[in-house]
Design a protein around this ligand. Structure first.
Ligand SMILES: [Zn+2]
Length: 216
């Protein structure tokens, strides 16, 4: 499988055309070092040959963990349009039919922000269900009145699931909150009852998903 692509990209600083080799497919079992590069944001960087300006090139990116069996597709700058999104998700299912077996069920995702890709990796690495994590997030945020901004899974610690909270537009987390593992288990039961969506589909599991589960 070809995992890299060569592109001609103009420097955002001086406009010089550069030829760069970019990763489009990350198979974490074959290239474990790429995972670290994702987290340090050093993957798909371009250093301009003319002015040395360093920039991150955001292109669609696959992340495949063949051992834990999860697959995440990042599409940066995707239009917020339900029809376009549905089309993308069903195309992804068709394109990956031959490479993803049913071990990947309920772990096939599309995300539209780089930070969401990182969050999903952390969640699946921790062997948690991102649908349940979204449920925990929305319930805790409602209780704590943290509605403006975004929350991101941070990790697990002593039977607690911890989240970073970023106030609107903030780049660094401004608050931290956590929910007990017991609450996670309760929400897992609710999700199992309520979620009748097919497990083999690609999905965008975000706050809207959690609202759909809890408001119906
Ligand atoms: Zn330049």
């Amino acid at each position: 499988m070809i995992q890299q692509v060569i592109k001609k990209i103009n420097c955002p600083h001086c406009n010089e055309e550069n030829e760069v080799i970019l990763w489009e497919k990350v198979n974490v079992d074959m290239n474990p070092d790429l995972k670290e590069k994702l987290f340090t944001e050093t993957i798909n960087n371009m250093k301009c040959k003319s002015c040395n300006y360093l920039s991150r090139i955001d292109i669609p990116l696959y992340y495949n963990d063949t051992k834990r069996k999860f697959f995440i597709y990042l599409v940066p700058d995707f239009p917020i349009d339900k029809n376009e999104e549905d089309k993308l998700l069903s195309n992804l299912k068709t394109e990956t039919l031959n490479i993803l077996d049913n071990g990947y069920d309920n772990k096939k995702r599309a995300v539209f922000e780089y930070y969401n890709l990182l969050e999903k990796i952390l969640i699946f690495d921790a062997e948690l269900d991102d649908r349940v994590v979204e449920g925990c997030k929305i319930l805790a945020r409602t209780q704590l009145k943290l509605m403006e901004g975004r929350a991101a899974f941070a990790g697990t610690e002593n039977d607690e699931i911890t989240f970073n909270f970023f106030e609107k537009e903030a780049k660094e987390a401004t608050k931290l909150f956590s929910v007990p593992k017991a609450m996670y288990d309760e929400i897992a039961t609710i999700i199992r009852e309520k979620d009748n969506e097919p497990a083999d589909e690609f999905k965008n599991i975000d706050v809207k998903y959690a609202v759909r589960m809890f408001m119906n």
